[in-house]
Design a protein around this ligand. Sequence first.
Ligand SMILES: Cc1cc2nc3c(=O)[nH]c(=O)nc-3n(C[C@H](O)[C@H](O)[C@H](O)COP(=O)(O)O)c2cc1C
Length: 307
Amino acid sequence: MPTHHGIEAKVNGDYPNETLRILHQRGSCRHFKDEKIPEEVLELLLGAAVNAPSGGNLQSFNIVKIEDPERREKLMKICGNQRFIGEAPLNLVICLDQRRSMRWAKLDYAPFTGMAQIRSFLMGIQLTGIVGQAICVAADALGLGSCYVGTALANAGEVSEFLELPQGVFPGVLISIGYPAEEISTRKKHRLNTLLHQERHRDLPDEELLAAYKEKHEAAWAPRVEITERRLQRLYETCLRVHGEEFAERSVAHARELGYISPVQRYFGLHYRADSVFTSPNSEFLEIIKGQSWNICGDYKPPMKHE
Ligand SMILES: Cc1cc2nc3c(=O)[nH]c(=O)nc-3n(C[C@H](O)[C@H](O)[C@H](O)COP(=O)(O)O)c2cc1C
């Protein structure tokens, strides 16, 4: 079934080429075989990272490779004890690295303010994701499985210490990689029309928004989060701290009316708890960023020392 792009549309799970099949059928892998990745495979995997796009082709990143079993265990502990991190034969931390450019500039007497703008910090973090995704697609193409670990960025201070990251280097993404010891499945996603806007932003009407989330998270086969007093208590406490007593009571009453804890109540009330704004405040994270020598809060005040 050719489209106007000359590409055959997906028909019964057939794709016009292997790249598209991989992109459409990918899924995260969280269970790995105890099998080392051969050097030649590793080279192909990391070659994809080297050739990733980057601002000005400056390649302001580096990759720290962790294979040693004891170090994997330690990394796992830092990153919230997610078992697959210790299990994966290969863990890659992709770091934003302005240090190399800074040193290059210094050696050739070029001006440098790469660590003095929030924009360059954000673009650098974007870059670590772009490099990470090149690695993940290459991993899929090589028969490997992979999973991102967001808790590495969340625990950036401890990860920086563990990897001995110097000033000008910041951990962006961690990816655990290995040969899959589980069937990789494709998770339910939103339909494209929920995500795609024509020409300008359009808020979905409330009913459409709720229907889209219901379709994604509440399929007939999907297990519901049953009400238990402990879960309701946790939901109540999170709501209480963030939005006050009246809202907390309303949230719990809503769950009781539904007869279960709704997916979004689970997401932000029980799992990615909204009250983490108190346990991990911005000020603490900004200190970690500053500790790696970024000045993204105040404005640049010349002259800044060329380290
Ligand atoms: C930035 C980022 C951070 C993530 N962090 C974690 C994590 O810490 N632990 C985990 O098990 N999965 C993590 N994931 C994987 C997501 O849970 C997963 O991509 C999502 O549920 C969709 O499933 P799929 O990748 O199989 O399509 C992360 C993914 C991204 C992109």
